[in-house]
Design a protein around this ligand. Structure first.
Ligand SMILES: *[C@@H]1O[C@H](CO)[C@@H](O)[C@H](O)[C@H]1NC(C)=O
Ligand SMILES: *[C@@H]1O[C@H](CO)[C@@H](O)[C@H](O)[C@H]1NC(C)=O
Length: 522
C-alpha cells in the first residue's frame, strides 16, 4: 500500500471518531437548529428595518419587501443567513448609529434601544455561525465528498472514468504511478483531469447557504498540484527549444523563472522522460557556451528542477544532463558555472547519482572552480565536492585530482575554512590524502587552528584529522609534542572541546605520553 494511502486510512479512523463525537453532540445540534428557526423572525425584522430605510429613498413599498421576503423564505435562501458574513459590517454601522443616537440625544426614541438590542442579537448569531466551521460530517451530501479523502472537495475534477475526486488527492494517486480509477478499478484511458464546474458550484452554493467557508483547495506539501494549463504551457515552451534562437532564449528565460517560483512546475518535468532532453536541446555538447545567456538560463532551470526529488534520478540518468553540467562548470558565465555546481550538488543527494557524477569527470572541474576562488562559486563547488566524496570511489577520484592541495591552500589562506575543513576531515580516511597532508604542512596549520579558532566544530575536525595523521606517520609526533609543550594546545582541547574532540585529543596525548615514557626508559 502506498505510504500516503496508509496515512489516509489513519485519517479515516480519526474521522470515524469524530463522527461518533458528532452523534453525541447531535442533541445540542438540534437545539441550535431550532434556535436558528426562531431567529428568522429577527432577520425578518432587521430586513424590514434596513430596507424600509432605503425603500423610503427609492420608493419601494413595504409589501414588495414582504413579498420578496416570502419568496426568499420559500426558496430556502433565508433558511440561514443570506450573505450573513458580509452583512456583519453593515450591522455594526447600523448599531453605531443607533448607539450614537441613544448616547447623544436627550430624548431618544425607545424603539432605538429595541433596535440596538436586536442588531446585537443578530451580530451574536452571526458570530456563532461564523465560528461553526466544523460541519457535521454526516450532513455533507455524499457527492460533495472526495472518495479518497472523504472530505468535502475544494477542487472537484473528473477522471477519465467519469468519477469526481478532489484534485490534490487524485493527483497524488496518479503521481504515485497508479493508472486505475481508485473507485471502479478501471484502467484509465488517459490521466487528464477536467474541472467539475457543476459540482464545484453546487458545493459553493451549499456552503454559502450554511454560512460555511468554502473549503480551500488543499495544497499537498511540496508535491504541488499540477494543472492541465501548466502542462500545456510547459509543452509549448519546450517546443520552442527546437525553434529559432530568439524563441529559445525567450522560453529559457521564462522556464528559469517558472521553475524558480513554482514547485509544481518543477514537478511537471518528472511526468515525462523527454522533458529534460527537450529543455537542453539548444546546448550542443562541447559547445554549450555558444550563447552564454541561453546557457545560463537553461543550466539554472536544471538547477531548480533538480531540487524536486522525482527529477533527481531522471536527470542524472539521462546521458545528456551530467556531461552538460560538467561542461558548464568549466565554461560559461560565473553564474552558469556556480549554478551547474549547485545542480551537481543537488543531484548528488542520491548515492546512485554520486557514482554517475563521479564517473563522468565532474570532480576535476569542481576542484578547479574551487581553486579559482570566485566568491559566488566557491560555496557551490565545495558543497558539491563534499557530497560527492561521501562515497569511497569519489574520495579517491578527488584526491587524485588534487583536492587536498587546493583545499589545504585555501584553509591556510583563511578562506572558507569551515566548509573546507569538513571536506578535508572526510578525505583524511584516504591513505594518499593523509600522505599529501603530511607533505604539505597540514600539521602546523591544523594545530594553529586548534590553538586560535573559536569554532568548536573546526577544532573537532582539526583534531580528528591530526589523530589520523598521527596514527599514520610517527614522524609528525615531534611537531605535535613541541606545540603541546609550548602552548598546551591539545590538553586545553581535551578539557574544553566537544566530546569527540576531547576523545581525539586525549587519544593523541596518551600516545605522546606512552612514546615519551618509552624513550625515557630506553
Ligand atoms: C532557483 O534558481 C535561482 C537562480 O535563478 C535561485 O536563486 C533559487 O534559489 C533557486 N530556487 C531554489 C528553491 O533553490
Ligand atoms: C605556540 O603559540 C604561539 C602563538 O601563541 C605560536 O607562535 C607558536 O608557533 C606556537 N607553537 C610553538 C611550538 O611555539
Amino acid at each position: 500500500m502506498p505510504f500516503s494511502l496508509c496515512i489516509e486510512r489513519k485519517n479515516f479512523g480519526f474521522r470515524e471518531r469524530e463522527r461518533n463525537q458528532n452523534k453525541r453532540n447531535c442533541k445540542k445540534e438540534r437545539k441550535k437548529e431550532t434556535r436558528t428557526d426562531e431567529s428568522h423572525k429577527t432577520y425578518y425584522f432587521l430586513f424590514s428595518v434596513f430596507f424600509t430605510h432605503k425603500s423610503h429613498l427609492i420608493g419601494f413599498s413595504f409589501s414588495f419587501l414582504l413579498h420578496s421576503f416570502f419568496l426568499m423564505a420559500k426558496s430556502g435562501v433565508l433558511e440561514t443567513i443570506p450573505c450573513a458574513v458580509t452583512k456583519a459590517t453593515e450591522l455594526k454601522k447600523e448599531l453605531e448609529k443607533l448607539v450614537k443616537a441613544i448616547l447623544d440625544e436627550e430624548d431618544y426614541r425607545v424603539e432605538a434601544t429595541d433596535e440596538a438590542m436586536r442588531v446585537l442579537s443578530v451580530l451574536k448569531e452571526l458570530k456563532f455561525k461564523k465560528s461553526l466551521k466544523m460541519v457535521d460530517d454526516t450532513v455533507v451530501p455524499e457527492e460533495f465528498k472526495c472518495p479518497i479523502s472523504r472530505e468535502i472537495m475544494g477542487d472537484p475534477v473528473v477522471l477519465a472514468t467519469g468519477q469526481t475526486y478532489d484534485l490534490p488527492f487524485i493527483q497524488r494517486w496518479l503521481n504515485e504511478g497508479h493508472r486505475t480509477c481508485p473507485q471502479t478499478q478501471q484502467v484509465l484511458s488517459h490521466t487528464i483531469l477536467t474541472p467539475n464546474h457543476l459540482v464545484r458550484e453546487m458545493i459553493s452554493q451549499w456552503c454559502k447557504e450554511r454560512g460555511i467557508e468554502l473549503p480551500k483547495p488543499v495544497k499537498d506539501g511540496d508535491d504541488e498540484v499540477r494543472t492541465d494549463a501548466d502542462r500545456g504551457h510547459l509543452k509549448s515552451l519546450l517546443e520552442k527549444m527546437s525553434s529559432s534562437l530568439s524563441d529559445q532564449k525567450e522560453a529559457a528565460k521564462e522556464l528559469r523563472l517558472l521553475t524558480k517560483r513554482m514547485p509544481s512546475f518543477r514537478a511537471l518535468f518528472s511526468d515525462s522522460t523527454d522533458a529534460i532532453p527537450k529543455l537542453l536541446n539548444p546546448l550542443s555538447p562541447g559547445r554549450a557556451n555558444t550563447h552564454p545567456d541561453l546557457q545560463e538560463d537553461l543550466i539554472t532551470t536544471v538547477l531548480n528542477l533538480s531540487i524536486h526529488d522525482n527529477n533527481k534520478r531522471l536527470a542524472a540518468e539521462n546521458p545528456l544532463v551530467i556531461p552538460l553540467l560538467v561542461e558548464s562548470v568549466k565554461s560559461g558565465t560565473i553564474e552558469t558555472r556556480s549554478n551547474a555546481a549547485a545542480a551537481i550538488f543537488s543531484l548528488s543527494a542520491l548515492d546512485s547519482n554520486k557514482l554517475i557524477i563521479g564517473k563522468s569527470g565532474a570532480l576535476k572541474p569542481l576542484i578547479d572552480l574551487l581553486e579559482e576562488g570566485h566568491p559566488l562559486a566557491m560555496k557551490d563547488a565545495a558543497s558539491a565536492i563534499f557530497n560527492l566524496c561521501l562515497v569511497l570511489e569519489n574520495k579517491g577520484r578527488a584526491v587524485r585530482e588534487g583536492a587536498v592541495r587546493v583545499i589545504l591552500k585555501k584553509i591556510m589562506d583563511c578562506i572558507f575554512v569551515d566548509e573546507l575543513l569538513a571536506i578535508l576531515a572526510m578525505l583524511a580516511s584516504h591513505q594518499k590524502a593523509l600522505e599529501e597532508m603530511g607533505e604539505l604542512g597540514a600539521v602546523h596549520c591544523l594545530l594553529g587552528i586548534i590553538r586560535e579558532s573559536s569554532s568548536e566544530r573546526n577544532k573537532e575536525n582539526c583534531v580528528a584529522i591530526l589523530h589520523t595523521i598521527c596514527l599514520n606517520d610517527y614522524s609528525k609526533w615531534r611537531d605535535i609534542r613541541e606545540e603541546e609543550n609550548a602552548n598546551g594546545t591539545l590538553s586545553r582541547l581535551a578539557e574544553s572541546g566537544t566530546s569527540r574532540a576531547k576523545r581525539k585529543a586525549n587519544s593523541i596525548l596518551e600516545r605522546l605520553n606512552r612514546a615519551a615514557s618509552l624513550t625515557h626508559t630506553a
